[in-house]
Design a protein around this ligand. Structure first.
Ligand SMILES: C[S@@+](CC[C@H](N)C(=O)[O-])C[C@H]1O[C@@H](n2cnc3c(N)ncnc32)[C@H](O)[C@@H]1O
Length: 264
């Protein structure tokens, strides 16, 4: 990764540590060091994150097939392999994508990774729904009378309870046209494994506070949306790819769903 003097690469970032776990090279020495520490507690984390990313690809493809032609990717991370604009392009569809992330490095990189008139990049905090939805980028890219596919992939677990993540999801839902969809994944520790809590502690101390939630808590974020089949399930079980072998522990660390805003 090019060293940008205005960015503190000695401080690990969510997006770059995630990139390292996915096998990417957009990460720094500090990111790799903390990632290695987390891996000691949770060696199967890269498998879990690959399953998360694979769900995102299947969900975007599913939404494209359902006719969605505009995507709002909140907490997009680095738009590397499998990013929404690539999935859309590979599906042969003409769809627009707005990448939103509060990390300045992510925003800068995504301007390079996702060029073209069908993509835009916004550096913003997804909690500020008015800023995101009222941004010039959103105005240029979206027709708000048409459904939008909102992606909240592996990001809501960075929003603390005090910031009422359920209310944030509801504000996006209320602002968008009926038929809009939400694809969501969220970290959990279904078996309450001490090693997972330990990895989360290291992550929270060295990278960013992460909030593992129960399936009931995560399901509540989908109130007011109609769940598409098969509902809120472990990420590999959502429209599974039969060609992919999944280790059992991967199913215990994250759930996924696609839901639709009901027609009036
Ligand atoms: C684990 S990465 C997931 C990236 C991508 N969604 C995926 O699943 O492949 C989470 C991303 O969310 C971003 N993020 C965390 N909190 C955020 C917030 N409040 N607003 C916007 N972005 C946020 C981080 O900077 C990071 O890039």
């Amino acid at each position: 990764m090019d060293e940008n003097p205005s960015v503190d690469y000695a401080r690990p970032s969510i997006a770059r540590v995630y990139d390292f776990f996915l096998g990417g090279d957009l990460n720094s020495e500090a990111d790799r060091q903390v990632a290695e520490k987390i891996l000691e507690a949770m060696p199967d984390l890269p498998d879990i994150l690959r399953a998360n990313r694979a769900f995102a690809v299947r969900a975007v493809r599913y939404l494209v097939e359902a006719g969605i032609r505009q995507f709002l990717d909140l907490g997009s991370g680095l738009a590397t392999t499998g990013a929404a604009h690539e999935v859309v392009r590979d599906a042969g569809a003409d769809a627009r994508v707005l990448y939103v992330d509060n990390d300045p490095v992510v925003a800068a990189h995504n301007r390079l990774l996702a060029p073209g008139s069908n993509c835009a990049v916004l550096r913003a905090d997804l909690r500020d729904t008015a800023e995101v939805l009222g941004s010039p980028q959103a105005a240029d890219l979206f027709d708000f009378d048409q459904p939008i596919g909102v992606l909240m992939i592996a990001v809501l677990h960075f929003v603390p309870h005090a910031d009422r993540p359920g209310d944030i999801v509801a504000r996006y839902r209320d602002a968008l046209a009926p038929g809009s969809c939400l694809a969501l994944t969220h970290a959990e520790n279904a078996e309450r494994r001490p090693s997972t809590f330990q990895a989360a502690r290291v992550y929270s101390k060295d990278v960013a506070e992460i909030h593992l939630r129960t399936r009931t808590e995560i399901a509540a974020f989908l109130d007011g949306w109609d769940l598409e089949a098969p509902g809120l399930v472990p990420a590999p079980d959502w429209h599974p790819d039969p060609a992919t072998l999944v280790r059992p522990t991967v199913r215990q660390h994250g759930v996924a769903a696609v839901a639709r805003k009901p027609l009036p």
